[in-house]
Write a protein that binds this ligand. Sequence first.
Ligand SMILES: O=P(O)(O)OC[C@H]1O[C@H](O[C@H]2O[C@H](CO)[C@@H](O)[C@H](O)[C@H]2O)[C@H](O)[C@@H](O)[C@@H]1O
Length: 389
Amino acid sequence: MTNEQNVVGCDVKSRMKAFIALVMSISNSSMYGAAVPEAVLGEFLGKSPKKLIKRLELEEPKVNAWIDSMRASSPTRVKSTIPASQNPHNYTCWIHHHPSALHVFDQIICKSRGKKIVAFLDYDGTLSPIVSDPEKAFMSKKMRATVKDISRHFPTAIVSGRCIDKVRNFVKLEELYYAGSHGMDIKGPTKTPTSEKAILFQAASQFLPMIDEVYKILVEKTKCVPGAKVENNKFCLSVHFRCVDEKGWSALAEQVKSVVNEYPKLRLSQGRKVLEIRPSIKWDKGKALEFLLESLGYANSNDVFPIYIGDDRTDEDAFKVLRNRGQGIGIVVSTVPKQTEASYTLQDPSEVQQFLRRLVDWKRKTLTTQRNSTKCKPFCTIVDRPRTN
Ligand SMILES: O=P(O)(O)OC[C@H]1O[C@H](O[C@H]2O[C@H](CO)[C@@H](O)[C@H](O)[C@H]2O)[C@H](O)[C@@H](O)[C@@H]1O
């Protein structure tokens, strides 16, 4: 029985309680700060774990919302997920506040008028579909061609939890900016006239030996947990539990917690069926976005329109930055309602691809129109020349 089937087969209420107990045990540990509760609360639409347990006892149907959210983040369950359109109450309300970026494409273009668009794209779940094996999160050729076209017209950055080398191997486009390890490692395009590999910024280099040490310990500690996988993302680590039987989640989190407890300079947070370990520094995808805007010369500019597209809790830091700056837009990739700082939504990577393609088409059309109007300028100039007496 797969983990996904198991979810359906077990008693929903007791599994929820077990998971929340695990969440609370993590969040009770002060060293993790707000990271874990915040991340997990995202899945629960902003309810505190204590309130949630109360709600669970009172309102069984609410549990289904969480289970739906779990299903939505799991590729093998996508078919069994209740389609958003069949969950009218939640979805209609959410989509009202976070319209589809495809449906309101023209409005978005209007907002960007006269400004320079800069594209920020998360990788997993945004450019590539979520899959069970993190090593096989390939992006489609169609998506690659679209991102390539996007970068021809707008400065483009990939902002990922993965280390730069890994994400660049998947994306395979040298003309982009890359912010790996949740923005802690930033590099410029390698396809430059001088072919220089510009290292723009590394926020946590002093943590490298510690991260390596913890990686080895975690690999050793988790090797007896079937399905668990530890990924070294250079400046941070990921412990995947997507393929771990749900009954084993609590024990796995305890193991990870006990290791991280020994390193007060590291913190634990949660992504999509993954526990993330990273340096406790004030650096995240939001800071990376600001750093890149500054590097591109848009530090104090009102003429920039950043578009950030992402699906993960860690992308919320970037959405928040855009909201606070009152610049550009955040687009969250999700099939289910979730608490977000983004203003718009796209359902999945295929909709991301459609949105990016429309952006390219719009830009090309604009350029053609501009070129044509430039061509007839001499004629217009003659006609418009003021008469002399
Ligand atoms: O910031 P991102 O580019 O979204 O990276 C976040 C994490 O993504 C990867 O894990 C997620 O995608 C995997 C492949 O689809 C999936 O198996 C896993 O369950 C997801 O959590 C990546 O493996 C992590 O290292 C990143 O931190």
